[in-house]
Design a protein around this ligand. Structure first.
Ligand SMILES: [Zn+2]
Length: 212
């Protein structure tokens, strides 16, 4: 089964991808991983992609890279794609010759994500993550290191804005061609984080089990 995941940064799709990867015995691959691996191994598409390293890689080349990666033995049972397709054009061109069984869309209120990430502090020493809502100190409980705002967290509003611009048309596109499976993350019933993860996981697996 070839699955793609769509969702804002911080929506929890990484956690789900890890669990799904184990359940179905398929790798979880981001577009960045595909690029790095192809270039490192010097595959035919890797060599082409290398020429674009610091510029935007054209959609046709992204698609060929993904297809090349999907043809490798560890993807025999399928794959969970993260970050592909990124645009409607990529999806459209890819689907003319490539396969996609389901797109799982993590629909979450962006403001919730922005607030959560802006309240986040990371230990500069050991990487432990805290929320300023529950942690009343500038230092890490584990190692005493200084707690800082990570640069990419500080840019969350920009990341969310560009995500929305790219993703909303893609959600509509997949809705229309029947590939979208939408999860309403805002209305999860469970209250404990662990239970929330399991509730979402159960919803995804009951949908994906139908594909087997
Ligand atoms: Zn620490």
């Amino acid at each position: 089964m070839i699955i793609s995941m769509l969702g804002a940064p911080g929506c929890g799709k990484g956690t789900q991808a890890k669990k799904l990867s184990q359940r179905y015995n398929i790798p979880h691959i981001s577009t960045g991983d595909i690029f790095r691996k192809a270039i490192k191994e010097g595959t035919p598409m890797g060599k082409v992609a290398q020429q674009y390293m610091s510029t935007l890689v054209p959609d046709e080349i992204v698609i060929e890279l993904v297809k090349e990666r999907l043809s490798q033995p560890d993807c025999a049972n399928g794959v969970i794609l993260d970050g592909f397709p990124r645009t409607v054009n990529q999806a459209d061109v890819y689907l003319k010759s490539g396969k996609l069984d389901k797109v799982i869309y993590f629909n979450i209120d962006e403001q919730v994500v922005v607030d959560r990430i802006l309240n986040r502090r990371t230990c500069a020493n050991c990487g432990e993550i805290y929320s300023i809502l529950t942690h009343n100190s500038d230092t890490c409980d584990k190692c005493g290191g200084e707690l800082v705002v990570r640069a990419e967290d500080a840019k969350i509003q920009d990341r969310i804005d560009s995500y929305k611009k790219e993703t909303y048309p893609l959600v509509e596109y997949f809705k229309q061609n029947g590939l979208l499976f939408e999860l309403d993350i805002n209305n999860v019933k469970a209250t404990e984080p662990e239970d929330q993860i399991n509730e979402i996981y159960d919803k995804i697996t009951s949908e994906l089990d139908k594909l087997i």
